[in-house]
Design a protein around this ligand. Structure first.
Ligand SMILES: [Ca+2]
Ligand SMILES: [Ca+2]
Ligand SMILES: [Ca+2]
Length: 371
């Protein structure tokens, strides 16, 4: 009898210890039970990316993730949040170790979170829908990304090596024989605005950059040893396998994406063209006609509608702002992990942030255990 009683208490405790039962993409209302919860900021480096399946480049079939990075970027990690569904995993669910997308390559999706002002006042009202919007680096961002990859793989004029003596200058102006020895990154250090990249021999580097793909590619031979490259937005990172030799080859400044980022950073006006809802933008909240976690497809009524600026959050190579992506620490361990609830904390309520009316829930209810 006592056992049954204790069990009942345990069940009661565990049910209260876990997060809200409100679904992904619901907005916080004035009578909701999670109203007023204190929120924590997500770690620096929180980003949005996609798993590039099927046709290369970002398209309708690629699942999108909120990647809550504490150390290494470039792979889908446990507790990353799916912003769109995949298989039997619904939008707002968290990645666990046994899931199909765990440790799959994550490609950065330069994007912002904005609202569409179609109801009420000019301000952000309860009925106004919220979108994850692909940032308009240029007319076709993915074409450029693929071109860069094509160049790196030698398909487009990137000479790999000559006589095993050194890398020959590629499209980004490489110098030969300019590798330097650098002690590998051994982890355990959390540095804001950095990413950890890893080559196939296990050599790690900490870089102040966003990696474009995260998958090392063979770039050539240097003194008889294989050289791999990982592409970042700011630079290409070369490493001679089984050595500590590396080379960092900066991308020419003035690329279209960096220029536009700079404009966002300095607060200057962004062209209205850049704020039109695009095909494959993601709806982040439920509306009477659309489900959260769905992508905008051609001829949807919200396609080409003008989003409001400034953005609530920006996931970009520079000028990122993820301060309003905040979590409630359900299990009280001061880090973001499986049981915690994620919010778009706009408005914020207080400077440090509490759950406030009109916040969007960015994660759904979790099971008692991650498996
Ligand atoms: Ca794809
Ligand atoms: Ca409004
Ligand atoms: Ca926690």
């Amino acid at each position: 009898m006592i056992r049954v009683f204790l069990l009942a208490i345990l069940i009661l405790m565990s049910s209260t210890a876990y997060g809200s039962d409100y679904g992904f993409g619901t907005k916080v209302m004035s009578t909701d039970l999670d109203l007023g919860r204190p929120l924590f900021c997500t770690p620096a480096g929180t980003m949005v990316g996609f798993w590039d399946v099927g046709t290369p480049g970002y398209d309708e079939n690629d699942p999108v993730y909120l990647h809550i990075a504490r150390f290494c970027a470039g792979l889908i990690d446990a507790n990353d949040i799916r912003l769109t569904g995949i298989d039997n995993h619904s939008p707002g669910s968290k990645v666990t170790f046994s899931d199909v997308d765990m440790n799959k390559p994550l490609t950065l999706l330069p994007s912002t979170i904005n609202f569409l002002n179609i109801h009420g006042s000019q301000a952000y009202d309860l009925e106004d829908p919220v979108y994850l919007h692909q940032y308009n680096c240029e007319p076709n961002y993915m074409t450029t990304a693929m071109t860069v990859q094509g160049q790196a793989s030698g398909q487009n004029g990137f000479a790999l090596f000559v006589g095993g003596s050194g890398l020959v200058g590629g499209s980004r102006g490489s110098q030969r024989d300019d590798f330097k020895e650098q002690i590998p990154y051994r982890g355990g250090l959390s540095v804001p605005r950095t990413s950890c990249i890893e080559f196939t021999d296990g050599y790690k580097m900490l870089v102040t950059d966003y990696v474009v793909g995260g998958i090392p590619q063979v770039a050539g031979i240097w003194r008889g040893l294989v050289v791999e490259v990982i592409h970042g937005v700011k630079a290409d990172y070369y490493h001679v396998l089984d050595t500590w030799y590396v080379k960092i080859d900066s991308v020419r400044t003035g690329g279209p994406c960096l220029l536009v980022d700079g404009a966002a950073n300095s607060g200057s006006a962004i062209s209205s063209q850049a704020l039109l809802i695009r095909t494959n933008d993601v709806r982040l909240n439920a509306t009477p006609s659309m489900l959260p976690g769905t992508k905008v497809v051609n001829f949807d009524p919200d396609q080409n509608k003008l989003l409001e600026s400034p953005a609530f959050a920006r996931f970009l190579s520079s000028g990122s702002d993820t301060a309003r992506i905040r979590f409630f620490d359900v299990n009280g361990n001061s880090i973001y992990d499986y049981p915690d609830d994620m919010y778009l904390n706009y408005p914020s309520g207080t400077a440090s942030g509490i759950v406030t009316v009109n916040n969007v829930r960015l994660s759904g209810p979790v099971n008692a255990s991650p498996i």
